[in-house]
Design a protein around this ligand. Structure first.
Ligand code: HEC
Ligand code: HEC
Length: 206
């Protein structure tokens, strides 16, 4: 290590230099473990039950990683998929490592997978009226309200998450400020058919 590198490293440890910009190259190396389930390009993998990460907003990915790590998500009894993800989030405990990962995911191609869910698009459109406030009329999300992008996300994953909220597998902790907002919204979808219809409508926004 050169003298300058050693001084810089020491300064970082002391916290006396401003936080460095996220390092996508370092994030790429760390992403190798994620690729096993989420795919080399972050495209998701239905066989592994792992959703698409590419194309999702960085602020949302970060919040979900924090939620898994702190137990606001993935600890409800019966949430087998969340329980698979939780140790992965725990393994990325350093904030800088998470920032690097998110920076790398932002470089992956935003190419949605083929749709798998069909339903009554007109009924889904009517049900989506209430959702637009937080997720945008175009389904692209609303950071100010904390609502993530939905359009382009794997449709089977959207269906599962809506059912998870309805069943209390997500949004179960009162400290989960964002999840507790979403839970009553999922409850407005009274049946499994209503869930598929709204997801069919979200597919139509692509
Ligand atoms: C063993 C397989 C596996 C590995 C490895 C894995 N994940 Fe996951 N991940 C999942 C599953 C399954 C889900 C869906 C959980 C659910 O259905 O609630 C998930 C969900 C997520 C979510 C939530 C996405 C959303 O829109 O709600 C994020 C973010 C995420 N993973 C990031 C990562 C990152 C970053 C890594 C690498 C450090 C990683 N995952 C490694 C299986 C995995
Ligand atoms: C009051 C604002 C609000 C409304 C209205 C709302 N949502 Fe949400 N939704 C959120 C927030 C906030 C989150 C993220 C929760 C978190 O961070 O864990 C979310 C998350 C989701 C997710 C999980 C996405 C993922 O990738 O993990 C889905 C699916 C979803 N909403 C669909 C809907 C649908 C469909 C409707 C209408 C029936 C709706 N939402 C109405 C705020 C809202």
């Amino acid at each position: 290590m050169s003298l300058i590198a050693r001084v810089l490293a020491a300064a970082c440890l002391l916290g006396s230099v401003p936080a460095m910009a996220a390092d996508a190259a370092a994030g790429k190396a760390a992403y190798a473990i994620c690729a096993a389930c989420h795919g080399a390009e972050g495209q998701g993998n239905l066989a592994m039950n792992a959703p698409r990460l590419a194309g999702q907003e960085g602020w949302y990915l970060k919040r979900q990683m924090d939620a898994f790590r702190t137990g606001l998500r993935g600890t409800a009894p019966g949430d087998i998929h969340g329980a698979q993800m939780r140790p992965m989030a725990i393994s990325v405990s350093a904030p800088a490592a998470l920032d690097n990962l998110i920076a790398y995911i932002a470089t992956l191609p935003d190419a949605p997978n083929a749709t798998t869910v069909t339903g009554d698009v007109a009924a889904g459109k009517a049900a989506y009226g209430v959702c637009a406030a937080c997720h945008g009329a175009d389904g692209k999300g609303n950071q100010a309200l904390g609502g993530p992008r939905l359009v382009g996300q794997d449709d089977w994953y959207l269906v599962r998450q809506l059912k998870n909220y309805r069943q209390g597998l997500r949004g179960y902790d009162p400290k989960d400020t964002y999840g507790v907002q979403m839970k009553p919204m999922a409850a407005t979808l009274a049946s499994d058919q209503a869930v598929t219809d709204v997801v069919a409508y979200i597919n139509s926004l692509r």
